[in-house]
Design a protein around this ligand. Structure first.
Ligand code: FPP
Length: 248
């Protein structure tokens, strides 16, 4: 799949003029919302609200350029340590996004999936998640996976428990059979993991799936991340040699 000018607004046009391969699966750590807000003297919740807007823009852009899967880290298993009002603000933003998304999903053909232990969420949010996943299951456009109360280690432990409970007697434990018990079952691994916000770590995100992903870090804070920044990341991705442990 190549860059296409299809439906792209002028200010979002890519800096690149060549033809680049679009990664089929992009994963994003949406970091830097708090600092973005602090620099403006705003509460952290305002940073998350701006981050949610950026997510909408970037997800739309991914759809336009032909990304098949977009996985975003919205709330980690460790984020419960944050002040209750900040946790509440993030949950509200998710709720708002889901309510909006259900209205537009049919038109956009976006398939929404949630990765994470949803049992800790409010009944209302869980019901919304259930409904949106169900309604959007039939859509074949971009698939957006939102990680909520998600941790990579937690996901691996959960898969191991499910394996113990559900795998057929005598079934062979392989990367493929075990992967079938991860939230990402049936979805290709991310080609590219992007972390804005200046930190260079993976923070318990997609530990299993990102084994061979290309990593891209930028100092830009997530609310300031633009489609043009995504183009830069895709360009950098195109300059990498992916060997998957082999030789070329
Ligand atoms: C990390 O930045 C960001 C989060 C923990 C929350 C991300 C949530 C959203 C963008 C909103 C909801 C999402 C959707 C999909 C509608 P940080 O707070 O750790 O930033 P800092 O490192 O600058 O403090």
């Amino acid at each position: 799949m190549k860059f296409s000018p299809f439906k792209r607004k002028k200010q979002d046009a890519p800096q690149t003029d060549g033809a680049y391969e679009i990664p089929s699966h992009i994963a994003l750590i949406m970091d830097g919302n708090g600092r973005w807000a602090a620099r403006r003297g705003l509460p952290r919740s305002a940073g998350h609200a701006a981050g949610a807007e950026t997510f909408r823009r970037v997800a739309t852009y991914c759809k336009e350029i032909g990304v098949r899967y977009l996985t975003v880290y919205a709330f980690s298993t460790e984020n419960w340590k944050r002040p209750p009002d900040e946790v509440g603000a993030i949950m509200e933003l998710l709720e708002r996004y889901l309510k909006e998304a259900t209205d537009k999903m049919e038109r956009d053909r976006v398939k929404l999936k949630f990765f994470g232990d949803l049992s800790a969420l409010s009944d209302g949010l869980r019901a919304l998640i259930h409904d949106t996943e169900e309604i959007s299951a039939r859509f074949d456009g971009v698939q957006v996976n939102i990680c909520v109360n998600y941790g990579g280690r937690d996901e691996i432990i959960r898969a191991a428990r499910l394996w113990r409970e559900r795998a057929d007697d005598g079934a062979e434990l392989t990367e493929e059979s075990f992967g079938g018990f991860m939230y990402s079952a049936g979805i290709p691994d991310p080609d590219l993991v992007i972390r804005p916000g200046g930190e260079m770590r993976v923070s318990n995100f997609l530990l299993w799936q990102a084994a061979y992903s290309e990593l891209y870090f930028t100092d830009t804070l997530w609310p300031d991340f633009t489609p043009r920044e995504l183009d830069k990341a895709i360009k950098a991705y195109n300059s990498r040699e992916r060997r998957f442990g082999g030789v070329l």
